[in-house]
Ligand binder design. Structure first.
Ligand SMILES: Nc1nc2c(ncn2[C@@H]2O[C@H](COP(=O)(O)OP(=O)(O)OP(=O)(O)O)[C@@H](O)[C@H]2O)c(=O)[nH]1
Length: 929
């Protein structure tokens, strides 16, 4: 039975070099899109109103929608990428897509496993099934794992890219790692961490190939391989520097912890387990294996204790010595200074973490502070093949490091002092972050830790990055130049980069034996010194022309008892001599009683200060940029609130159409009424008119009824309809526009203020009192009463014109009461009487009066309605203004608060920068008196 899933490497970013996870602010300004633009402009909802639309165009300019045209550097390192880091020891869990999809409990198990032991989860496709299931399973796992472990997809780069997995696991016959990595990199263009690429291998050669150059980040040694894991590990340990995980059975009858321990002791970084295996290991696993893998912060120590000799029992890395940074017998003022420096740097960390919580580079400063207690770090840098390893070997007096004409150093290697058994030359182990540490009994290591780095200017970008990332940690850099290409363009670029971290640099012009004579050597020295002087802006350039090869040969010859006389005759002697001078300089530098030794203390204490300054300056850039954005946010919020004025103007403009409708309606009714009056009150038509107004029921004459039903009532109904629509239009416009304002605030400034679950006051506020006045103005207008009034007006004309006629002498009241029955007689009487002429001559004036009355009544009605409509409009716009002010208020307050906070942070950063500058001055003066 096999289980074997593999657990492998795990965690990430342990060293967390200089990467802001989302917001990166290197030397200039930098806001990676994913942090800055949670709401891309295209995701804003379409708008129907020009008011908001214009604001949305502005949104492209606002901080939340800002898209830099030239993407900024991603990290403080020139490479712009961070290597994925695999913590060891670790467990790789392998499972199949079908397992994930068929059983819901699997996801829960994975959830638990990644929170406790598993650092890498690999999901395999199932034979015969397409990529669909694998994709589905991977999505599910991704949502559970989040960033607690790496999720890798077996073989399928396309699916890994689609689910945004951490990387891929390739089989022996799979794609070359570099192809998989580049493909994934192009799909994860925003990520600052490179994809993880693992490779399954079955023999030593495959392991060497897969781990060389830009190869895999880790290996899995397959159970199909013939050799036992320990033998395999022994064969590759020297040359394979990346983590190796072993597929193995976790359940063994005798208790698996021992087996796993053996594998780890042999140099493996962890084990690989299948789901079934891991699940069924149950208590055994929990009791035994997990003790090694549990993420409790001690696991590296637990495993390291398997293979690390108990070599150093000192507080500062130097046996027998105690003190700070390898300094002993510190004076009080030095102790006080160091304490003060620590205190200030801790303060700086707090401020930086507050100013840029996502700035992973803070780990550099933390490391540097903890390194104050560590020995001096002499870091050897230079282009590949310049002779770095040879220089170190010459310093150590033996061929400890591999040399070669092709790039040979692939990892950072710390060289530390240890007294080993006579038979043992050195003992090396791989640190959890992939770096190596070698313990050797070399004299010089009693005074310092030497760090070998991969060469720069290599086609292997990973190696270049490793070195660049290590530079800030160095106390001093030993820059090895090669005599055959002194100070190349790429060396100048690298040198400039080191100065971003204000590093002190010593120069070795190696392979000086290649020069044919002293003149050539002098020329080269002058060339290098002149250029370095200009580049670094320093007076004294410390440069030693050496031949590391000859120096080592010399040392080895001396050790072997070779004739010193012969050595003196050797052509490389002079180079050996300068190497000697260089060594003497180093020893003096390490001797606290010399001036150089005091300078060393200054340099050591400067290391964290320089890092802190650099980080503070990056934070300043970030915070200043943030201030600008916060200011812009505040102004934009205020602008949005003010833009409601535009809404008022727009509504005012559009309401003209509504008023026109009312105007035309009233005019129409008025015209018709006037026509009725005109056509009725004609002398030629008096009989008809008389019968219309005086025939039938006196409370509702035929004319009254006809006016009411034909003119007044329809006009009234139309007016009601129009005003109803008008008030709906006001209300709906408010609601629509109000919602857009609300959405605009919520979407553009969701990071400022979370309106989620806030009381929805929208509708009440927007509908408040909008639908009252216009319609109420109509309610006042009673159609029947108006018709009757009109009726009376007309009757008055008749009564006025004819009521006082002749002998009849009828009073108006009498006349009205008899009119219906005596119409004919009355007319005859009137017309024939002496006063007939007078009555008729008064008739047009009376008719005009009626017309005027009708007009003025209609105009008054129109005026009243229009005024009510205006008032409704004002109320509605006012409601809208209140609403926008209310909705915008929390955003405005939040923007103001954010700005205040940022200004405060900026102030704190400035104060901190000043404090550190003062401390720098104190440091320079520390040994002056
Ligand atoms: N002539 C001459 N050759 C040297 C000297 N020092 C080193 N070399 C040769 O230069 C080549 C590269 O030396 P390494 O020490 O491997 O160079 P490196 O800088 O460590 O190389 P990487 O680790 O690959 O970056 C080897 O072939 C060495 O033998 C020297 O002083 N003189």
């Amino acid at each position: 039975m096999s289980f074997l899933l593999s657990l492998s490497s795990s965690h990430f970013f342990s060293n967390g070099f200089l990467i802001f996870k989302q917001q990166i602010i290197p030397t200039n300004t930098h806001f990676p899109p994913k942090f800055r633009h949670p709401i891309p402009p295209h995701s804003l909802p379409p708008t129907h109103s020009f008011t908001i639309k214009s604001l949305q165009n502005d949104a492209v300019e606002s901080s939340n929608a800002f898209v830099p045209q030239n993407p900024p550097p991603r990290t403080l390192f020139p490479g712009g990428y961070k290597r994925p880091e695999i913590k060891i020891p670790n467990i790789v869990l392998q499972l199949n897509a079908a397992e994930v999809l068929s059983d819901g409990s699997v996801v829960n198990f994975v959830d638990m496993a990644v929170s406790k032991w598993v650092g890498i989860v690999v999901v395999n496709g199932d034979e015969g099934s397409g990529g669909g299931k694998l994709y589905e399973a991977a999505c599910l796992l991704k949502s559970v794992i989040r960033d607690r472990a790496y999720l890798l997809i077996a073989e399928r780069v396309d699916i890994a890219a689609a689910v945004n997995a951490s990387g891929v696991l390739l089989s022996d016959q799979g794609l070359p790692p570099i192809v998989a990595r580049n493909t994934l990199m192009s799909s994860k263009s925003e990520s600052v961490v490179l994809p993880v690429v693992g490779k399954i291998v079955q023999n030593v050669n495959a392991a060497l190939n897969a781990s060389s150059a830009e190869g895999a980040d880790f290996l899995i040694y397959s159970t199909f391989a013939k050799e036992p894991a320990e033998i395999f590990m022994n064969s590759i340990n020297k040359n394979v520097k990346i983590p190796v995980f072993i597929e193995m059975e976790l359940i063994t009858p005798g208790g698996s912890c021992e087996e796993v321990s053996k594998v780890l002791t042999s140099g493996a970084s962890g084990v690989v387990s299948s789901l079934k295996e891991l699940k069924s290991s149950g208590d055994d696993f929990t009791k035994n294996i997990c003790d090694l893998f549990t993420f409790d912060g001690n696991r590296q120590e637990k495993v390291a204790s398997f293979n690390r000799p108990n070599l150093l029992s000192t507080t500062n890395g130097f046996s027998g010595e105690t003190g700070i940074a390898g300094f002993v017998n510190l004076e009080d003022r030095e102790m006080q200074f160091i304490q003060k420096e620590r205190r200030l740097l801790m303060e700086a960390i707090n401020i930086i973490e507050k100013a840029a919580p996502l700035m992973e580079e803070i780990s550099l400063l933390k490391d540097a502070i903890s390194q104050l207690d560590e020995p001096f770090l002499l870091v050897i840098v230079g282009e590949f093949n310049s002779g770095k390893s040879s220089v170190i070997n010459a310093l150590l007096g033996g061929k400890f490091l591999m040399e070669g004409v092709v790039p040979t150093t692939n990892e950072i290697t710390f060289l530390r002092y240890a007294e080993l058994d006579a038979k043992e030359q050195q003992r090396c182990e791989r640190l959890p972050d992939g770096q190596n540490i070698c313990y050797l009994p070399a004299e010089i290591l009693k005074k310092m830790v030497i760090v070998d780095t991969p060469g720069t200017n290599v086609i292997l970008q990973r190696q270049q990055r490793l070195t660049e990332e290590f530079v800030p940690r160095a106390d001093i850099l030993l820059f090895v130049l090669s005599a055959d290409r002194p100070l190349s363009e790429s060396e100048v670029t690298f040198l400039r980069y080191t100065q971003q971290w204000k590093k002190k640099v010593l120069f070795l012009l190696n392979k000086a034996d290649l020069y044919r004579n002293a003149n050539e050597l002098d020329e080269a020295i002058t060339f290098v010194k002149d250029n370095v002087r200009k580049l670094l802006n320093v007076e004294n350039v410390k440069l030693f022309p050496v031949s590391a090869r000859s120096a080592l040969e010399g040392k080895l010859a001396t050790t072997d008892g070779a004739d010193q006389h012969n050595l003196l005759l050797s052509e490389s002697y002079s180079s050996s001599q300068t190497f000697d001078e260089f060594e003497k300089f180093l020893y003096a530098f390490m001797d606290g009683s010399t001036t150089a030794g005091l300078e060393r203390m200054t340099i050591k204490l400067e290391t964290p200060l320089a890092i802190a300054e650099r980080l503070l300056s990056s934070c300043q850039t970030l915070v200043t940029q943030d201030c600008r954005y916060a200011q812009k946010d505040l102004m934009s919020v205020q602008e949005v609130v003010r833009s409601v004025d535009e809404y008022g103007m727009k509504m005012d403009k559009e309401s003209i159409l509504w008023r026109r409708q009312i105007f035309s309606l009233v005019s129409n009714a008025k015209e018709r009424l006037l026509k009725v009056v005109e056509s009725t009150l004609q002398l030629s038509n008096l009989d008809v008119a008389f019968s219309m107004f005086f025939g039938g029921d006196k409370s509702a004459s035929a004319a009254t009824q006809s006016i009411q039903s034909d003119i007044v009532s329809p006009a009234l109904a139309d007016a009601q309809r129009i005003l109803g629509e008008y008030t709906s239009w006001l209300r709906e416009s408010n609601i629509r526009e109000g919602m857009q304002y609300k959405e605009t605030f919520e979407k553009r400034w969701s990071l400022l203020f979370d309106s989620h679950n806030k009381v929805d006051f929208t509708s009440n506020l927007l509908q408040r009192e909008v639908d009252t006045l216009s319609l109420k103005s109509l309610e006042k207008f009673n159609g029947t009463a108006a018709s009757k009034l009109f009726d009376q007006e007309v009757r008055q004309v008749f009564v006025g014109a004819f009521g006082g006629l002749g002998a009849a002498g009828l009073s108006a009241s009498l006349l009205t009461s008899v009119l219906p029955t005596t119409l004919e007689d009355l007319l005859a009487l009137g017309l024939c009487s002496a006063g007939g002429l007078l009555a008729i001559s008064n008739f047009p004036a009376r008719r005009q009066k009626v017309l005027d009355n009708v007009k003025s009544i209609a105009d008054a009605v129109e005026q009243e309605i229009i005024e009510a409509m205006q008032q409704d409009l004002s109320t509605s716009v006012k409601n809208m203004e209140d609403f926008v002010t209310l909705v915008g208020k929390p955003y405005e307050e939040a923007a103001q608060q954010k700005l205040d906070k940022l200004l405060d942070t900026r102030e704190q950063l400035t104060v901190m920068e000043k404090k550190l500058q003062t401390l720098q001055v104190e440091l320079q003066n520390l040994h002056l008196s």
